[in-house]
Ligand binder design. Structure first.
Ligand code: NAP
Length: 295
């Protein structure tokens, strides 16, 4: 079965009105993980490969490293030149696959064009694949068999579980069909939440029709100003995965300040889904460490 963890965090600590502050929920989850690590006397190990000088990637890897250390994990970052050869990356991955002190291996994407991303991701041991991108884990998710679930959709499922709304049968529209967000999200909403799921993408016609009927909207398009506020139904639950660097800071695919007037719940950007992704990376690493100890 797919297992979505439940952390039972007091809603008052992270929900303000109808705003779902993932950053506050993520903080509480990280506290729980830090506590568990101490109590169980384990040291989960997370190892990350960062190739090249992409500024956004450096920031993401820096946050992952900082959070890992804060909650008592072993953290390794291997920084590599942008002209590194594929074999050199594979060598590091293979070393880490054999290293019993490492429970999570992550390759920060995107990789420079000359490197075959697929070869690298598929070289990571499925048991250490904390991003859940290995074909074995993708297959397990779709077959409803326990495996490692990609962090962003897992974080959204955790948020939905914590708000404790019954989603059975609800019309749910997932905007986007990427392997990282859209597809695993849709699969979990269908299999775990029993929602009725429609996936829309850039070739979808009459997007307004789908949005107008949606009780839940998960937007993972990476494009702004597509969804008109007036299409959105009163009382819809809105999850915005999109992240854009705009003139006045980071924003999402949707306008949460406008939509919060009609939503039942909505995730702000920044501070909504993003921090949950890192919290789930920590959870996946912790879980792998526990399993490794159990043998
Ligand atoms: P992606 O691989 O580029 O996929 C985007 C998806 O949106 C595609 O399936 C695309 O359709 C669809 N799309 C594009 N324009 C559309 C339109 N006008 N109408 C309907 N669908 C449209 O992106 P991704 O990796 O899934 O990421 C999506 C967004 O989430 C980005 O902004 C990314 O930065 C953000 N993100 C955030 C986090 C986080 O932790 N907060 C994590 C991952 C991603 P086609 O398939 O037809 O091209």
């Amino acid at each position: 079965m797919i297992h979505i963890p439940q952390f039972n965090i007091d809603k008052n600590l992270w929900i303000e009105g109808n705003l779902l502050w993932g950053k506050k929920l993520a903080l509480e989850i990280r506290k729980q993980l830090a506590q568990n690590v101490k109590e169980k006397n384990i040291e989960p190990g997370l190892a990350v490969i960062l190739v090249g000088e992409d500024e956004a990637s450096k920031i993401y890897v820096g946050s992952k490293e900082k959070v890992s250390r804060e909650i008592g994990y072993k953290s390794i970052v291997q920084r590599m030149r942008s002209d590194v050869r594929e074999e050199e990356i594979l060598e590091v991955v293979n070393d880490w696959n054999r290293d019993s002190s490492i429970h999570g291996i992550l390759v920060q994407l995107p990789l420079p064009g000359a490197i075959n991303e697929r070869n690298i991701l598929q070289a990571i041991s499925p048991r250490k694949d904390v991003d859940g991108f290995h074909f074995e884990n993708i297959g397990r998710l779709h077959a409803k068999s326990e495996g490692i679930i990609p962090c962003t959709p897992l974080g959204i499922m955790v948020m939905l579980k914590e708000i404790d709304e019954k989603l059975t049968g609800l019309n749910t529209v997932v905007l986007g069909r990427s392997n990282i967000v859209g597809k695993p999200m849709a699969q979990m909403l269908m299999d775990h939440s029993q929602a009725t799921v429609t996936i829309c993408h850039s070739k979808t016609q009459n997007l307004d029709y789908y949005i107008q009927n949606a009780d839940i909207i998960v937007s993972a398009m990476g494009v702004r100003n597509i969804i008109k506020n007036e299409w959105v139904k009163n009382g819809a639950i809105i999850i915005d995965v999109g992240m854009h660097r705009a003139e006045n800071g980071v924003c999402g695919d949707l306008d949460y300040k406008e939509l919060k007037e009609k939503a039942r719940y909505i995730t702000p950007v920044p501070g909504g889904v993003g921090p949950m992704t890192i919290a789930m990376l920590m959870y996946n690493t912790y879980n792998n460490a526990l399993k490794a100890r159990q043998g």
